[in-house]
Ligand binder design. Structure first.
Ligand code: GLN
Length: 304
């Protein structure tokens, strides 16, 4: 399959619809990004790579990092994780407080902000140096030692993170945060600030397409059963209140971030990452979603 020609073709089609959507400016540092960049990278489990556009340019991965931290926690604390977070779709925006009060401080799932903050709390208890340990985990599964936090972005989020502080305080009041709030939020804001390219993202997610094993190193990250479950969570919860729409149109498990990135996985076949910073009203990449919709339709590679 000549994916590169197809990437060009779909990109050309998307140019016709013009530039719709806005970059995330509620995090001031993200507002400086050139909104018209576009990249895509696909890596197959067999090691083939296909790229188009700004595929090697790093950007803020934001909520995509929630998959990495969840996987790391899940691989260490096993099933007790489900005492601290649910596994149902939220149906509300990523930073919503409404459901959390009803559910007595137990987030609906680990891929919304509240859930990811609980996971950071678990990692704060589990790991000796959480920030360093999380980063080395991501570097290891990507096979790239230069991946790093952007401290300017982390600080920008901290200064304006009123809703995230509201979430962590509410959960602390229900006893679902064990560590000091500042320690937990330091981890949360940093994981959101990690910068990776589409190439690196597609490589780092490949173990989820490969039954839990990193293809380059042979390292097992998760069991086959847990890998299936992570993919199921991404399918039902990876796009907040647009998870149904993504499933309907694209039909792959995936995760988005407000930096404009989306990663999606086809079990046994490939991982693909797309980046286009303009977001739709739900905080997901406008063109990224359209691109993947066209891609899975044209290649008949939706899982449905
Ligand atoms: N850092 C962002 C926040 O906490 C992550 C949100 C996202 O990417 N959807 O608001």
């Amino acid at each position: 399959m000549h994916y590169e020609t197809l990437f060009q073709e779909i990109h050309r089609e998307l140019q016709l619809i013009g530039e719709i959507g806005q970059v995330a400016d509620y995090i001031p540092e993200l507002a400086y990004v050139n909104p018209d960049q576009f990249g895509v990278h696909l890596t197959t489990v067999g090691g083939e790579e296909f790229a188009f556009g700004d595929a090697e340019k790093r950007f803020s991965i934001q909520s995509i990092a929630k998959v990495f931290t969840f996987v790391l926690a899940y691989s260490r604390v096993k099933s007790t994780i489900w005492e601290r977070t649910g596994l149902e779709p939220a149906g509300t925006p990523f930073n919503s407080l409404i459901q959390l009060e009803y559910d007595k401080g137990i987030p609906r799932n680990p891929l919304i902000n509240a859930g990811a903050i609980v996971i950071c709390d678990i990692l704060a208890s589990e790991l000796a140096s959480p920030k360093e340990n999380i980063l080395s985990f991501i570097r290891r599964i990507t096979g790239n030692q230069s991946i790093d936090y952007n401290s300017k972005v982390a600080l920008s989020e901290k200064k304006t993170g009123y809703r995230n502080y509201a979430l962590v305080n509410l959960m602390k009041s229900f006893g679902n945060i064990k560590n000091d709030i500042d320690k937990v939020m330091e981890i949360y804001f940093h994981i959101c600030s990690i910068e990776m390219s589409c190439k690196e993202l597609s490589q780092s997610f490949l173990f989820l397409a490969n039954n839990g094993i990193v293809p380059y190193s042979g390292e097992r990250i998760l069991s086959v059963s847990r890998t299936k479950r992570v993919n199921a969570l991404m399918q039902t919860c990876g796009f907040y209140d647009e998870a149904g729409e993504f499933t309907f149109k694209v039909g792959l498990p995936g995760k988005s971030g407000v930096g404009g990135g989306i990663v999606a996985v086809h079990p046994e076949k490939y991982a693909i990452a797309v980046w286009s910073p303009r977001l739709n009203k739900k905080g997901n990449s406008y063109k990224g979603m359209l691109f993947l919709e066209e891609f899975t339709t044209k290649t008949r590679s939706s899982i449905f």
